[in-house]
Structures are given as structure tokens and as C-alpha cells.
Design a protein around this ligand. Structure first.
Ligand code: ADP
Ligand code: MG
Length: 240
């Protein structure tokens, strides 16, 4: 579903990603873990071309998204992204946030987009918030709307960049539960997270990034029980 081939990314002189090779299969849930500044967000953002790799190729299904003249909008429709800070449109109600892209970008009829959005709001437990503005929602509710909004585009891939890092502790669980339910639907997911329990219990695979390189790419069991690199061991000693 996602194939990252020998990707490098630099910002000026700073080389942030080095020799990244990563394949994510259909339905797989992969957690990207690593110290702050190791390039996790940059890697995720390369997967929907919010950042363009300096070198290397990325494929989504059979399309090379790093090819020149690629239709970025078309690719992004299939790759939903959820950010740490929700990024809802503050001047739009929940339902307006949700129906905007499906009707404007995907040219869905409003009726269809509305029905789909309401079903998704129900799925994330926020059906009664249809006409509320984001400013009136808690952080956990905002993030659940953001997830539902991304799903309204019917993507085959979902990318999450620290979706619970900006939340108060009591709201983390409600968001993780939504993501966990989603993980079981067969959608392909890549998730940057500091929630080690979640990574361990929900994800199929862990990619550990350090200084721009993938140092470990293994099962949660191996990663948490017997990581092979010193880097991963040091990291786990600090966070667990
Ligand atoms: P992580 O998500 O693992 O914390 P990032 O991918 O956000 O790491 O950042 C990796 C490095 O790249 C950091 O040193 C960061 O400062 C730098 N960086 C990220 N985005 C930019 C940018 N747009 N311009 C310049 N430097 C950036
Ligand atoms: Mg980050």
C-alpha cells in the first residue's frame, strides 16, 4: 500500500531523513516511534507529499507520488491525515468541517456527504455535535471530529501524527479507542505516537527512528522485549 524507497530529506544543510526504506501492506497498522527530532513527522508528511523527499521514491499502491507531474490532490484523497493540533476549520460547524472536502474536492453530493458524515460522527460518539463549532468542543472531541473528517473522504490510508500528544490525560483514551476501532477495520495506518501501551497492543509493527534512520523495523513483541539496537534500548529505558 505504501512503499518508501531509499528516501532522503534535507532542510537546507540539515539531513533529517537518511536512507529510509519502508513497506506498509494493506491493512497493516505501523507505529513510528523515536526521540523528538528524529524525523518521524517528516517521514509521515512525505507519505502524502506535505514534504517532498530530496531523494528517493515513494509509492502509494502503484502510483509513484514522488514522480514529476503527479496529481497531488488525487493522492491526498486516498491518504487521510490527523495532526496533533486537530486543524479543524474554526469558522465551520462540525458537519460543515466534515462535508467540505467530500463535496468540494471529491464532488460527492451534499446528501451523500451528509449521510456519510453523520454515520462517522456516530462511529466516534459525537452525533449530537453536528451543529457545534470546534471552539465549543473539548480536545478529545475535536480530535475525534478530525478523525471522522479525514475518514469522510473514504481514504484507504490514514496517517496519524501524535494524535493524542496535545490532549489532557483524561481525553487520551477516548481518542485511542477510536483509533483502535479503526485499526480493526482493515484500513492501512501509519501512526507516530508516544503511547507505548497502544503501540504495543494495537500495532502490527514498530518502526523505530533515530537521527533520521530506521534503526528497528520489527514486531511490537521483539521491539519491547528484545530490541537489537542500543538506541532503542536507551529510548525504552527513558519512556517505559
Ligand atoms: P519528530 O517528528 O521526530 O520530532 P521532525 O520530523 O518534526 O521530528 O523533525 C526532524 C528535524 O527536522 C528536526 O531537527 C526539525 O527541527 C527539522 N525540521 C522539521 N521540519 C522542518 C522544516 N520545515 N524546516 C526546517 N527544519 C525542519
Ligand atoms: Mg513530530
Amino acid at each position: 500500500m505504501i512503499r518508501v524507497e531509499n528516501v532522503y530529506k534535507s532542510f537546507g544543510k540539515l539531513e533529517v531523513l537518511k536512507e529510509i526504506n519502508l513497506n506498509i501492506s494493506k491493512g497493516e497498522v505501523v507505529s513510528i516511534i523515536g526521540p523528538s527530532g528524529s524525523g518521524k513527522s517528516t517521514l509521515l508528511r512525505c507519505m502524502n507529499l506535505l514534504e517532498v523527499p530530496t531523494k528517493g521514491k515513494i509509492f502509494i499502491k502503484d502510483d509513484e507520488i514522488t514522480a514529476p507531474n503527479v496529481d497531488i490532490m488525487k493522492i491526498r484523497q486516498n491518504v487521510g491525515m490527523v495532526f496533533q493540533h486537530f486543524n479543524l476549520f474554526p469558522h465551520m460547524t462540525v458537519i460543515e468541517n466534515m462535508t467540505f472536502a467530500p463535496t468540494k474536492v471529491k464532488k460527492m453530493s451534499y446528501d451523500e456527504a451528509y449521510k456519510k458524515s453523520m454515520a462517522l460522527l456516530e462511529q466516534v460518539g459525537l452525533k449530537d455535535k453536528e451543529n457545534v463549532y470546534p471552539g465549543k468542543l473539548s480536545g478529545g472531541q475535536k480530535q475525534r471530529v478530525a478523525i471522522a473528517r479525514a475518514l469522510a473522504m473514504e481514504p484507504e490510508i490514514m496517517l496519524f501524527d501524535e494524535p493524542t500528544s496535545a490532549l489532557d490525560p483524561e481525553m487520551i483514551k477516548e481518542v485511542l479507542t477510536v483509533i483502535q476501532d479503526l485499526a480493526h477495520t482493515g484500513i492501512t495506518m501509519a501512526l507516530v505516537t508516544h503511547e507505548m501501551g497502544f503501540a504495543r497492543n494495537v500495532c502490527d509493527r514498530i518502526c523505530f527512528l533515530d537521527e533520521g534512520r530506521i534503526v528497528e523495523d520489527t514486531t511490537p513483541e521483539v521491539f519491547f522485549e528484545s530490541p537489537k539496537s542500543d538506541r532503542a534500548r536507551e529510548f525504552l529505558d527513558k519512556v517505559l
